[in-house]
Design a binder for this molecule. Sequence first.
Ligand code: ZN
Length: 310
Amino acid sequence: MRRLTATMLITVPLLLALPGSAQPPGPPEIGIEEIRDGLYKVTTGPRVSPLFVFLVTDEGIVVVDPPNPAATSIVRDQLESRFPGVPVRYVIESHYHWDHVGGSRLFAETADFIAHENMAINLAGTLSESPPPGNTRDLDGDNRLSREEALTGTRANFDRFDTDRDDFLTPAELTAEIQPPTILFSDSLEIELGGKRVRALWSNNRHTDDLIDVYFPDHRVLFAGDYIWINRLCCGFGFDERPMSVWIESIRDLERLDFDILINSHFESGTKADLVAFRVWLETLEASVSDAISQGLTLEAMQAQLEFDG
Ligand SMILES: [Zn+2]
């Protein structure tokens, strides 16, 4: 794991990368790689550019998290040419953030759309109830975003979203590219297609209240959402202000799954060992800071003294 210091953590972590901080619109750099037995990973560009996966079976294709129309249309064309006559039967949507499901409508003709039940609520919510990815917030509470309020990827994509050209983004404009889910679940849902199982698992209130992870038990692969990125603290604390014990326990839950390849929603992929290392690092962080607090150290003293290698 990359070396992080307490200074970076307790102040603003330099490696804290924000979802939604996609690059301005341009031709996406698509990379398609078969991970294992018909399960493919798609990269859409460098660094924080979202990743997604698809599974090809004899009976159809499952796409997880088609992120935006530009990247998704390229992949859809690839699917049609590589696997002619095999329809996309299911799209699994990990959560309501536009940077992960903004390409879903492109499969509306053939697919059912699976998501956590809270995603339907979030898509219908105000900007305060279900804010966009990253740190973009409706600061004046008028349920629309000005250019000044829109940050990172939402600002970079402002003109694309602002379809009525009034220089504000409404919730309807931000969600226009997202296909609302048609199959909802609360805790977990397993589908089987072409003899392969795909299991959607609620992430138990990590990042957003609708976030799910997607587990492929026959492939021993886990696609994990916006709270687990290898070698990075993820996602903006504004979206994950839960006790460290919750973070640690949610990772332990994933460790109980039988998998060896971990694909993250952003940045690099890895193995179960990387996930374990991340959890151990968080445990070390929690123990060290708790110990420092019990010794009466000031924040400044902690930032000066505590270091964590991994
Ligand atoms: Zn997100």
